[in-house]
Every structure is written in structure tokens, then in C-alpha cells.
Design a protein around this ligand. Sequence first.
Ligand code: SAM
Length: 288
Amino acid sequence: MRKNKTIRNFWYNLSTNQKYIVRKIYYFPIDFIDKITGETNKYVPSRGSIYTGSPSGAAKFIKQGTHQLKLLTSFINLKSTDSVLDIGSGIGRTAIALTGYLNEKGNYNGFDVVKKGINWCNSKIAKDFPNFHFKYIPLFNDLYNTNIEKAEEFKFPYAEKQFDKVFSFSVFTHMQIKEISNYFAEIHKTLKPNGTCLSTFFLYDDENEDYIANRSQFNFPIKFNGYRLMNETVKSGNIAINKIALETMLNDQGLKIDRIIDGFWKDKVRDTSKIEYQDIVVFSKKNS
Ligand SMILES: C[S@@+](CC[C@H](N)C(=O)[O-])C[C@H]1O[C@@H](n2cnc3c(N)ncnc32)[C@H](O)[C@@H]1O
């Protein structure tokens, strides 16, 4: 437990470039073995280049994307003809799965604040799938980059009411509260009147807040009004949001919660019937 906490703090304290270098060096031997054993996939980067979480081999990365697709079909009824927006598209984990699902009438747009990820997706996925588009947006995020432009002022570069479905996996867990509120306003603007959004969060409420705060790890020790952070310096390291506060934030931007599917990140004893680690929130426009 203590070891995990020390590793996490060590990781938070590295600069963005140091994180990329440490990851490359750490995974070099296993990436080498993957290469010689053929454990690779042309759409999946080497483990040392997967900057979006704990790097897995190609087969596991593809499986994780397939799982995300299953969540989208199960909870927001994703259709093969939908026009979709993937906020924080990372290194293409969800996009790869969607290439086998969206047909020529459907289309995918993804954006992210890390250039390496977007460059990879453009050179591998967009090249082979013309209805897939990835945009690099140079916005600041203290976990991922050293950009200057603020996400709290960013206007999504898409038309009003363009998307049937909007989603974000493990992105609102790495952003600041004002940024998330702004993204809710932008989701409201770009979603079709009957569109739906699925996003994952770390959510807590008055009942489980003390338990979460008092456990030895993943306890979000820095408390603010309505949210808690994992680290004071790297504010985007991880954020947990109070359920009522989230509801208010969505409501303020003309959105409403349709459903919450609790994840197992906060279980005392893991409930194996739960489908996802983070909490899933399905939301839509209030007047739809
Ligand atoms: C944990 S990764 C998840 C990536 C991807 N959604 C997936 O499931 O593989 C979080 C991603 O959010 C992106 N991100 C952070 N702040 C962002 C922002 N303001 N706008 C868009 N993406 C952002 C990061 O660059 C990173 O790619």
C-alpha cells in the first residue's frame, strides 16, 4: 500500500518529458520481447509509448477498447451510423474498437491535449479509416503537458448539434473543476437535441466520503468544496467529485443525469458484478 503511494507520488513529481522517458526505458525490454514474439498490432503503440495508463500488450489494449465499446452500446445505445465525439481520445484505445463498429454512414471525431497520441492516431487509424478524425488541441494539463492555453476557456471546434453521442473515458478524472464545467457547456452545444453522453468519473457522496478519505490509498486527501484531489501540486493527477456537486454542475449547463453505474474503485470488498473500475455517468440535455 505504502509502496503504491510512494510510486504514485514519485510519478506525479516527474516533469512531463521525464514521464515519457522513464516509461520508454522501463518498458524497453518487454517491448523488445513483444517485437520478437510478434505480440504487436499495427494500430497499437509499443507499451513504452502508451502514456494513458498502465501499458498493456497489444492484445490487452484491444480488449480494453472492446470493453469500452460494449459500455457505449449497452449504456448509450451507440449505433453504427452515429456521429460521435471522443473527448480525450488518447492513443486511440476506444477509436480502434470503433473502427470495426461504425459504418460509412457513421463518423468519429476525437481530440486530445497530447500531440504524440494524436500524431499516432492520425498516422495509423485516420490513414486507414477516412471517417475517423483526430485533432491535437494544445491546452494545459499539469499531468500531461506544459501547454499554456486554458481548457476552461476552450470552445470545441465542431458544429452545434453535430454529435449523436459524446463520450470520455478517464478524462474528467484528470481535469480541474472549472475545465469540466466548461466541457459540459461545450457538450451541451455540440450534442444533438436527443443525443447522449457517457463519461467516467470518481464519484463520492456524504455516505462514503469518510471511508474513502481514511483508507490508505486512492483516498483523495486534498478536500475542497464538492471535490477532492489526489495531489496538491499536480492538480490533474486525479480528481473525485461529490455526486450532488456533479449534478449541479451538469444542471448549470442545461444537462441532466440519466443514470449512474457505480464502479468498483471505492468498494471495500470488490463487487465482481460491477462492470467498470470508474463510475459511469450517462447524461443528456435537460429539455430533450
Ligand atoms: C487516462 S487518459 C484516457 C485516454 C482515453 N480516453 C482512453 O480511454 O484510453 C486521459 C486523457 O485525457 C487527455 N486530456 C487531459 N486533459 C484534457 C483536456 N482538457 N481536453 C482533452 N483531453 C484531455 C489526456 O491527454 C489523456 O489522453
